[in-house]
Design a protein around this ligand. Structure first.
Ligand SMILES: Nc1ncnc2c1ncn2[C@@H]1O[C@H](COP(=O)(O)OP(=O)(O)OP(=O)(O)O)[C@@H](O)[C@H]1O
Ligand SMILES: [Mg+2]
Length: 364
């Protein structure tokens, strides 16, 4: 029987690229994704840590830390290192990132410390970008490059952003909803709104209290929201929720229908839609024309809200594509840059750190 010949599409690696790991990080408000070149995604969990109050050392990280939200013993505290796209706690962020660099080293030991690319929101200032970079350098990276998340997402989605024709990306994350238009290798226009997944959780918590007479924690609101959006079969599918009865103050468990959850988050979703619409309305004519042709990409966890892409598309009059894995677009772009920083150096938020000579010789 004839053997099928498979074309080797893997990039050739030279000697230098074998000496250090290449790591891409999407350090999100809600989720952190870490991609280790050659190995794939090595971490994709909530951006939470449990800190020992006395030693200030991280004891638990990610999903387990998130599960402990509102349930920590006295000597521990939950810390959310990233808030609204900026580092809220520098030392904890450094330890948080160090944990991934160590994990990468365990999986794939190298002689030199790693090259790291981190995605940050498009509206953060140079000072905040610098603090992200410092945290990663202090965590042990050899070279750190900071890029705007929508640019990373566009690269992750393989959009031809080097062309003159404009492309638009809407990224609905945990802390922010960012809309950007990219063309000729740069950001042409952008807007950022601090209404996204976390705000939806707050609305669910508030409405459960006023309309269902039950107090629930933010973590419960988040779990309920994600369960409804990923498991609902129809609007009448019921979900069990545990909390505290607002009148008796005692524990209670009730059933809510998925349509209730959709109605609870109507307001924040409407705010996002209005903000994207206003953004589109003020775009120059040529760009608006381009978008009719190239459409818009919806990424981030918000892209998984059933029916949302269609609603947004109907309001802004532009076709919307939701990629297969909208939460991974940013990290996939960062690893692409980490493999060949020189090729993408025009996208770096700040000045380049590190030894250029070494990476100049890399072949990708
Ligand atoms: N299946 C789902 N349906 C709806 N929302 C979801 C789903 N899965 C995750 N989310 C929500 O997506 C949000 C996280 O998205 P994402 O990982 O893109 O955010 P992030 O990158 O951490 O945040 P930011 O970009 O604001 O820093 C959370 O609010 C989460 O509740
Ligand atoms: Mg994000």
């Amino acid at each position: 029987m004839a053997k099928k010949l498979r074309k080797n599409t893997k990039p050739k690696k030279n000697f230098f690229s074998l000496l250090s790991n290449k790591i891409g990080i999407d350090f999100g408000t809600a989720t952190t994704c870490v991609y280790l070149d050659g190995k794939g995604i090595i971490f994709s969990e909530p951006s939470y840590v449990i800190l020992n109050k006395k030693t200030k050392i991280i004891e638990i990280i990610g999903r387990k830390a998130h599960e402990m939200l509102g349930r920590t013993p006295e000597h521990l505290e939950v810390v959310h290192p990233m808030k609204n796209g900026v580092i809220a706690d520098f030392e904890v962020s450094e330890q948080f990132i160090k944990n991934f660099l160590n994990k990468a080293e365990e999986i794939s030991p190298k002689i030199l410390s790693p090259v790291v690319v981190v995605g940050v929101p498009s509206d953060i200032g140079i000072m905040d970008a610098e603090s992200v970079k410092d945290a990663v350098m202090n965590a042990g990276a050899r070279e750190v490059y900071i890029v705007y998340e929508p640019i990373a997402a566009a690269l992750g989605l393989e959009l031809p952003i080097e062309k003159e024709r404009a492309h638009m990306i809407v990224d609905i994350g945990g802390g922010t909803s960012d809309t950007v238009v990219l063309a000729s290798n740069g950001i042409v226009a952008s807007s950022s709104l601090t209404v996204a997944g976390d705000k939806c959780n707050e609305y669910i918590q508030k409405k459960m209290k006023t309309e269902k007479n039950i107090n629930i924690g933010l973590r419960t609101a988040e779990i309920l929201k994600v369960s409804v959006f990923s498991e609902q079969k129809d609007t009448k599918t019921k979900f069990r929720v545990h909390g505290i009865d607002t009148s008796s103050g005692l524990p209670i468990s009730i059933l809510v229908e998925s349509k209730d959850i959709f109605s609870f988050i109507e307001k924040p979703l409407k705010d996002i839609i209005i903000s994207v619409k206003e953004f589109v309305k003020q775009l120059p004519t040529e760009i608006a024309g381009d978008l009719v042709l190239s459409g818009t990409y919806l990424v981030g966890g918000g892209a998984l809200i059933p029916g949302f892409a269609k609603k947004l598309s109907d309001v802004i009059g532009i076709n919307i594509t939701v990629p297969e894995n909208p939460i991974k677009a940013v990290v996939e772009g960062t690893i692409k840059i980490a493999r060949n920083p020189k090729k993408y150096s025009h996208f770096f938020v700040e000045e380049v750190t590190g030894n250029w000579k070494k990476i100049e010789e890399e072949e990708v």
